[in-house]
Design a protein around this ligand. Structure first.
Ligand code: MG
Length: 165
C-alpha cells in the first residue's frame, strides 16, 4: 500500500473589523484574521498538507489570492475542492493532525466542532481529524497577539490496488 505524508503551515495577521474563522468555525473575538479569503489559517495549512502529500503544489497555486473569485471565500469550500483533487489522484486520507498557535482567544472549546466541519468538508470520518491548540506562552508575534498560525500533517494512502507482487 503506497502512503504519502504532507506538511502544511500558515500564519495570518489579526486585525480589528474582521470575522475570526478557524477550522470553519466563527469564533467570537474582537479581531479577525486578515487575508484575501476568510483567512482560515487552519484550513489553509490543511490544504497545503494535502497538496504537498500528492506533490500538487500549494494553495496559492490552485487558488491565487489575486483572483477575485476567492475574495472572502469560505476556506472550507477550498478544502472540499482540494480533497476532491487528492481523491482524483487516487489517494485518500488516513489521518490529519494539526495544531493552532494562538495567544487569544482560547481555541480549545472549538476544537471538536472544527474537526467535525473539516471532516464534513472532505466527507471523511471525524475520527481521522485531530485538532490541537497551544499558546506560545506570550513569546514572539503570536504571543503578542499579532497573528495566529497553524501547522498540519496528513497521511494519505493509495485507493488503487498495488501492482506487481
Ligand atoms: Mg493562508
Amino acid at each position: 500500500m503506497m502512503t504519502r505524508i504532507g506538511l502544511g503551515y500558515d500564519i495570518h495577521r489579526l486585525v480589528p473589523g474582521r470575522k475570526l474563522v478557524i477550522g470553519g468555525e466563527t469564533i467570537p473575538f474582537e479581531k479577525g484574521l486578515l487575508g484575501h479569503s476568510d483567512a482560515d489559517v487552519l484550513v489553509h495549512a490543511a490544504c497545503d498538507a494535502l497538496l504537498g502529500a500528492v506533490g500538487m503544489g500549494d494553495i496559492g497555486d490552485h487558488f491565487p489570492d489575486t483572483d477575485p473569485r476567492y475574495r472572502n471565500i469560505y476556506s472550507i469550500d477550498l478544502l472540499t475542492a482540494v480533497y476532491r483533487r487528492v481523491s482524483a489522484s487516487g489517494m485518500e486520507l488516513v489521518n490529519l493532525d494539526a495544531t493552532v498557535f494562538a495567544q487569544a482567544p482560547r481555541i480549545s472549546p472549538y476544537k471538536d466542532r472544527m474537526a467535525a466541519r473539516m471532516a464534513d468538508s472532505m466527507s471523511v470520518d471525524k475520527r481521522m481529524i485531530s485538532i490541537k491548540a497551544t499558546t506560545t506562552e506570550g513569546l514572539g508575534a503570536i504571543g503578542h497577539g499579532d497573528g495566529i498560525a497553524a501547522m498540519c500533517v496528513v497521511l494519505l494512502q493509495s485507493t488503487r490496488p498495488a501492482t506487481g507482487n
